[in-house]
Each structure stands twice: as structure tokens, then as C-alpha cells.
Design a protein around this ligand. Structure first.
Ligand SMILES: Nc1nc2c(ncn2[C@@H]2O[C@H](COP(=O)(O)OP(=O)(O)OP(=O)(O)O)[C@@H](O)[C@H]2O)c(=O)[nH]1
Length: 322
């Protein structure tokens, strides 16, 4: 994984002395490594990451395929640093360049992780789940099976035969039923993961929670608000690019462009009398102010780039690593 420093003695030493320099000496038994959160779309991967970190680092919506990038979320504890990798949902209808990018980002993450968290929605099993499990098995890394959304399971007894059935599908090091939404049964997960990480000093400073820049987070907040408000297919045809992000007189000035694929979509995003865009801007601005701890002035523009999501060059320009 590109974020992981190579295992050269010089770098390891540098990490250790960095940690000490900041007053964060770590024990020789300290563990640090990557835990990828993988699964089909919409099973609750980003919600799980945010709940584990008690911070929102990855956007969430009821629509599948919301996460488009690989996003690191870093949990630093006295005995370990777990670098979670939130991944796009792995899906089978990968005809467009964007979908291929998403599957590639997810599949490369699970190959590089020290341990994988395979998230499956409790009581369900689909062909897409099976596809993800097949990919995981090829990696021969330890797998924790996370059964998500157990708050929806009634009566609870229905879980037991399901867990038995699921345990037969692969050799999971642990099966953890939980509800990220209700924050239930999450406490034990970091310790279970840590047992499978290599002994290593931390890769990141203790106060860093993500590898993503404030600009990236700002763009994602706008995209989340759009995804929550817009109906049907439209969220899949838009992306957000930050054109300006600067501090002036104690406030952040943010200009963002919402790129859509067709002229007709532009009018829908803006809405009658500009109401839709105004609401998106208002809710995004409030969330950004909370995240960045200062007032935000947000300007949104809607522009058309024909068919950008099926154009490798456009995707690259818009920040999708290929
Ligand atoms: N009831 C319930 N809903 C949940 C839970 N966790 C997530 N959800 C909901 O499931 C939907 C999808 O959640 P996400 O976290 O975006 O799922 P994801 O797997 O990251 O989705 P992709 O971006 O498609 O890969 C959202 O509406 C969440 O609120 C849970 O524990 N219980």
C-alpha cells in the first residue's frame, strides 16, 4: 500500500524517533498495521469505520456505491495503531470506468492488508457477498467476519443458526455480530484486530485520524449532501472538485464545482429557483464549520463534463487514482 512506509531499518528508526520526539514513546511490543473493511455495497462499511473512530471520516448514505475511494481511518491506542482502510463496495456491474476504478481500489486494499474485515449484512447472503469472499480467500490473510446491522434482526435468536451457517463458508478468525448505527458490540473489535497486526511502531502521529486532506473531506461532504437529496441515478453521475480552499480573516473560503454528465442533470441539481443547491450548500457548510472548527463561506457551481464517469482521463483529472 502506497501509504505504508517501506520496511527499511532507516525508516523504522525514523518512525520511532518521530514518535519519541513528539513525546509518544511506544513499548517494544507495540503493534501497527492495516485492516481493510471490505464487502459489497451498502452493507455499512463506512458507518462501521466512523463508529470505530468516533469521528466521521467517510461519508454515508442509504444509496449503494457511496464510497468511491480508498480512505484511511487511523485508530491510535496505547498498545496499537490500527490503520483501517475503508473501501468502495465491490460490485459485479462494473461496466463504466468509474466502477472499474472502485473495484480496483477495493481489491488492491484487501491484497495489501494485514487483516481483512469482511462485512456482511446480518441474515443475508448474495452472489456479490460470495464474490467478495472468493477474492478474500485468494489473499490468504486472516479474515474477521463482521455481521452488520444486527439491530434489524428480530427476534435475536435468528442470528444463531445464521452464524453457524456463515462459519462454514470460510475459516474466519472471529465472527462479530454488531450494529455500528447503535454502537453495539464494537468494543472488542480493535483488540481482536490488533492480535493479527505485526509488531511495529506507529506509522502515523497519534492525533492523525485520516490520510485524506481537508479539501478531499470538503468535497466528500458536498457529495454526501447531494447524494442524500438527489433521487435515483443522479448521484452516480456527479462528482465534486474543490477549486479554492483558503483561510481569510478567520474563515474558510471554499469554492466547489459539482460536475454532472449532461445538461439536463444540471437543472435538477440546481432545483427550482436554486432551492436544491441552496439547501445542499447550507447543510454542507454547517458540517464543514463543525469539522474545521471555523466559519465557512461555501460557493457551489454546477458544470457539465459529458460522460466523465466513463472517461479514464476525466476521472484522473477529477482525483480518481487509476
Ligand atoms: N439499521 C442499521 N443501518 C445501518 C447500520 N450501519 C449502516 N447502516 C445504514 O446502511 C446504509 C449504508 O451504509 P454505509 O456505511 O454507507 O455502507 P457502505 O458499505 O459503506 O456502502 P458503499 O459506499 O455502497 O460501499 C446507510 O443508510 C447506513 O445508515 C447499522 O448498524 N444498522
Amino acid at each position: 500500500m502506497s501509504e505504508q512506509p517501506p520496511e527499511s531499518p532507516e525508516l523504522d528508526d525514523a518512525n520511532e524517533s518521530d514518535a519519541s520526539a513528539e513525546g509518544h514513546d511506544v513499548p517494544g511490543t507495540y503493534r501497527c498495521g492495516f485492516a481493510a473493511i471490505v464487502g459489497r455495497p451498502n452493507v455499512g462499511k463506512s458507518t462501521l469505520l466512523n463508529a470505530l473512530l468516533r469521528r466521521k471520516v467517510s461519508i454515508v448514505s442509504p444509496k449503494p456505491q457511496t464510497t468511491r475511494h480508498r480512505i484511511l481511518g487511523i485508530l491510535t491506542r496505547p498498545e496499537e495503531q490500527i490503520i483501517f482502510v475503508d473501501t468502495p463496495g465491490i460490485h459485479s456491474t462494473a461496466r463504466r470506468a468509474m466502477n472499474r476504478h472502485m473495484n480496483r481500489a477495493a481489491l488492491s486494499s484487501l491484497a495489501d492488508a494485514d487483516i481483512n474485515l469482511f462485512v456482511v449484512e446480518a441474515l443475508t447472503w448474495t452472489d456479490e457477498d460470495q464474490r467478495v469472499l472468493d477474492a478474500l480467500k485468494q489473499q490468504k490473510r486472516p479474515i474477521i467476519l463482521v455481521l452488520s446491522k444486527v439491530d434489524k434482526v428480530t427476534p435475536r435468536e435468528r442470528l444463531l443458526p445464521y452464524i453457524t451457517e456463515m462459519s462454514r463458508r470460510a475459516e474466519f478468525v472471529e465472527v462479530v455480530p454488531l450494529s455500528a448505527l447503535k454502537n453495539s458490540n464494537l468494543e472488542q473489535l480493535p483488540s481482536i484486530i490488533a492480535r493479527h497486526l505485526p509488531v511495529s511502531p506507529p506509522h502515523f502521529p497519534p492525533d492523525q485520524v485520516t490520510d485524506r486532506s481537508p479539501e478531499f473531506q470538503a468535497a466528500e461532504i458536498v457529495r454526501e449532501k447531494l447524494t442524500l437529496r438527489l433521487r435515483q441515478e443522479l448521484p452516480y453521475g456527479l462528482t465534486v472538485a474543490i477549486e479554492q480552499f483558503k483561510e481569510e480573516d478567520g474563515r474558510l473560503l471554499v469554492n466547489a464545482v459539482i460536475w454532472v454528465e449532461r445538461t439536463g442533470q444540471k437543472a435538477i441539481v440546481i432545483g427550482q429557483g436554486g432551492e436544491q443547491l441552496k439547501e445542499v450548500g447550507r447543510s454542507a457548510r454547517i458540517e464543514m464549520s463543525n469539522l474545521f472548527g471555523q466559519p465557512v463561506h461555501l460557493e457551489l457551481w454546477v458544470k457539465v463534463k459529458e460522460n466523465w464517469s466513463d472517461n479514464e482521463m476525466a476521472l484522473k483529472q477529477l482525483g480518481y487514482e487509476m
